[in-house]
Design a protein. Structure first.
Length: 42
């Protein structure tokens, strides 16, 4: 049995923070595409 502080609220049958696994902690990657890399088709 888990001990929970009396001022905390708990949910039964589901997690309170279900989106926690969807958080991305990686740094954003900057993609540098120069004009020489672009190929335009007519």
């Amino acid at each position: 049995m888990r001990r929970i502080h009396k001022e905390c609220k708990a949910t039964i049958g589901s997690l309170g923070n279900q989106d926690h696994k969807n958080i991305n902690l990686e740094k954003p990657v900057k993609i540098d595409i120069g004009a020489k890399d672009l190929q335009l088709e007519a």
